[in-house]
Design a protein around this ligand. Structure first.
Ligand code: ATP
Length: 336
């Protein structure tokens, strides 16, 4: 996002942007490193959940950690947040060591955990007061109302979290995560279990947090979420980073295939031998062809169809996405 867009968003949301931050799109190499993971390992007993992760997150980016269930996303975040000790490796947040200086780090970060359980007997105003007090902050009634309004929770100020919808609970979690005006916000699967509309709504809030100049680190196993929100991502599988870069880089560099599906009775072996085709299979009459070069292969497919007197019916072409990247890297689907 450029500073102009940044400013437009600020007009819309009433949030004041920091015009002096280098955004990752403007000058990625100039933005300072705010999180630095060097050879991070975490074991639970004999089980190595994280196996040597090296990662750098730069100021002002929305960084995504993408991976299937059990990949080690929450474990990695827990170390960065100072909630879990690494078994090996060095982790720095804002230039501070997570083991030796975790108190200093915690004052400057905000965290929304995967499933947040709030104090059931408190309403939202009381909850905000309690969380703020943990940081020695005592916001005025007006400030609390401003916060509630900003997270679209004003009408719910005297309501307890258990009476809220899933999307509203998630907004409470985001509000509480920024109560101390943190430089970095960590969001562990911020939209899991939410419907698509509510998910989009939360994406807007996350973009606003970043427009204020904060760095956002989030975990997700939704590809479209990673694609929509993240400037850069690390794909984690079985405790290791198997790829990292911008969504576009990952899709282009890893050479994930374009997928064509079509209804046509063609000899499968001949399809598989067409130039640029990497894989082809039938499911009933529906033919799925994976290819690297759409132009070359489509031409070949058309010629083959002509030779066999078969029309290519209901043809659809799907460009590769992060799901395909994961499939290309691991041979498995990311959807779990
Ligand atoms: P999800 O998307 O399901 O939240 P994740 O990528 O966040 O998964 P983690 O919660 O970090 O994965 O778990 C990584 C691995 O470590 C898993 O195999 C999990 O079973 C294991 N694990 C996590 N916490 C513990 C624990 N406290 N004790 C033992 N094993 C654990």
């Amino acid at each position: 996002m450029s500073i102009v867009e940044n400013t437009n968003l600020a007009v819309k949301t009433g949030i004041k942007p920091n015009p002096f931050i280098y955004t990752v799109q403007d000058k990625p190499e100039l933005a300072p490193v705010v999180i630095d993971l060097n050879g991070l390992e975490v074991s639970y007993g004999d089980f190595k959940a994280v196996r040597g992760i090296n990662l750098q997150v730069r100021q002002g980016e929305i960084f995504g950690i993408l991976g299937p269930n059990g990949a080690g996303k929450t474990t990695t975040l827990s170390v960065i947040e100072g909630l879990l000790k690494p078994s090996a490796g060095k982790v720095q947040v804002l230039g501070l060591d997570v083991v030796k200086e975790s108190k200093k780090i915690r004052r400057q970060i905000g965290v929304a955990l995967q499933s947040t359980s709030f104090f059931d007997s408190l309403n939202l105003v009381e909850l905000i007061e309690l969380y703020a007090a943990m940081y020695n902050l005592y916001p005025t009634k007006t400030r609390i109302q401003e916060l509630l309004e900003r997270f679209q929770l004003k009408e719910k100020s005297r309501v307890q979290p258990k009476q809220l919808s899933g999307g509203q609970v998630q907004r409470v979690a985001l509000l509480l995560a920024v109560i101390n005006d943190p430089k970095i916000v960590f969001l562990d699967e911020p939209t899991t279990g939410l419907d698509p509309q509510t998910r989009r709504n939360i994406w807007d809030v996350i973009k606003e947090l970043r427009a204020e100049g904060r760095t956002v680190v989030l975990t997700t196993h939704y590809m479209e979420e990673a694609h929509e929100l993240c400037h850069r991502l690390a794909i984690i599988d079985q405790g290791e980073v198997i790829a990292n870069g911008t969504p576009g880089q990952l899709i282009n560099q890893l050479g994930a295939d374009i997928r064509i599906t079509v209804t046509a009775r063609l000899p499968l072996e001949a399809v598989q031998k067409l130039p640029g085709v990497t894989k082809a299979s039938y499911e009933g009459e529906r033919l799925t062809v994976y290819l690297q070069d759409a132009e070359k292969s489509l031409l070949g497919l058309q010629q083959l169809a002509l030779q066999n007197g078969q029309p290519l019916a209901d043809l659809s072409v799907k460009q590769p996405d992060l799901e395909d990247v994961f499939l290309a890297l691991t041979g498995r689907s990311l959807r779990t």
